[in-house]
Design a protein around this ligand. Structure first.
Ligand code: NAD
Length: 329
């Protein structure tokens, strides 16, 4: 089976290459191009393509892939908001993803961001390097005995809930379904109650029509003053312009973002010499209480190994026509 691997990085080649012996039937070609309508034609002659979070797997791309004879799209990530699922079904293209490769990888980054913005670690690190040993602007708060509000208690949210409990926090959550595995220490509340009670709010629900811009100026106004907001899920859960308005209202002790609305185009690229025009990201970066990382939640050795194994197993399952919980379409 021939698999064209879009937007391949060296670490992808390593983690997938390590499994060559385990999946001898799969022949992988790695290319740098991102999967999008113009690059989809490159998949002519391949059985499957593999794409990541910044790919454009919309109707146009899927149509070209279908014309090229591609039968399977393998998303090497959990989220699939960039896939036109209905179109894939209409064209008979199977789409599979990796729903739970390592929830702890993302949850641990969420807590790292929460701690970093709370204690201003990015400032402290640079200050000491500059021989400045003052504590100016570094004061944070204890997490112990504070309230953590988890929005979305699937695999990653549940891992974050467990981490917060480990810090001695009270853990409350909002989800459209309750996760029974958390029953002994998580109290489910309404979104409004979560916003009003939480000292730390961490977003872990998928991006869908119902969650688009769920953090906006109205929901921000319902939050406690001095709240910490962390988003490691998808950028568009947060209305960036209204987040900036909330930051200017001094609502936040800190904001930690591994994902943000303008990230497509930036993600995993070196754009250090680019002069940003009209960028809300640039505005966010100007605030002393904001820390942004570039979609690195998944980036641990354990997660990469699990992503590679599940993605290749997904292709074997697709070949055999097996339906599994990893099916998107
Ligand atoms: P999951 O499917 O296990 O859990 C998602 C949870 O969100 C479910 O419990 C679901 O009921 C809940 N949910 C759905 N709609 C909701 C709503 N309107 N309000 C509140 N909750 C709602 O998914 P997961 O594996 O925990 O991943 C969560 C998200 O994390 C993914 O969708 C993906 O976007 C993101 N993610 C980011 C990275 C990263 O590198 N930063 C890596 C993996 C996943």
């Amino acid at each position: 089976m021939k698999l064209l691997f879009y937007a391949a990085k060296e670490y992808d080649k390593k983690s997938f290459g390590n499994l060559a012996g385990q999946f001898p039937e799969i022949e992988i070609e790695y290319i740098n191009h991102e999967l999008e309508p113009r690059s989809a034609i490159l998949a002519k002659g391949y059985d499957a393509v593999c794409a990541f979070v910044s790919a454009n797997v919309g109707a146009e791309t899927l149509k070209v892939l279908s014309e090229c004879g591609v039968k399977t799209v393998l998303m090497r990530c959990a989220g699939f908001n960039n896939v036109d699922v209905e179109k894939a079904k209409e064209l008979g293209i199977v789409v599979k993803r990796v729903p739970g490769y390592s929830p702890e990888a993302v949850a641990e980054l969420a807590m790292a961001l929460a701690l970093a913005v709370n204690r201003r670690l990015y400032k402290a690190y640079n200050k000491v390097r500059e021989n400045d040993y003052t504590l100016k602007n570094l004061r944070g708060v204890n997490f112990y005995q504070k309230t953590a509000g988890i929005v979305g208690t699937g695999k990653i949210g549940a891992a974050m809930a467990r981490i917060c409990r480990g810090f001695g926090m009270r853990v409350i959550a909002y989800d459209v379904y309750q996760n029974p595995a958390l029953a002994d220490f998580v109290e489910y509340v309404t979104l409004d109650e979560l916003l009003a009670q939480s000292d730390l709010i961490s977003l872990h629900c998928p991006l869908m029509d119902s969650t688009y811009h769920m953090i906006n100026i109205e929901t921000i106004k319902k939050m406690k003053d001095n709240v910490i907001l962390v988003n490691t899920s998808r950028g568009a859960l947060v209305d960036t312009n209204e987040l900036i308005e909330g930051i200017r209202m001094n609502k936040f002790l800190g904001v930690g973002l591994d994902v943000y609305e303008e990230e497509t185009g930036n993600v995993y690229e070196d754009r250090s010499d680019v002069i940003m025009q009209h960028s809300v990201t640039a505005r966010l970066l100007a605030f002393p209480n904001v820390m942004i990382t570039s979609h690195q939640g998944f980036y641990t050795m354990e997660a990469l190994a699990a992503i590679a194994e599940t993605t290749l197993q997904n292709l074997m399952d697709a070949k055999e026509g097996k339906h599994t919980p990893n099916d998107v379409a």
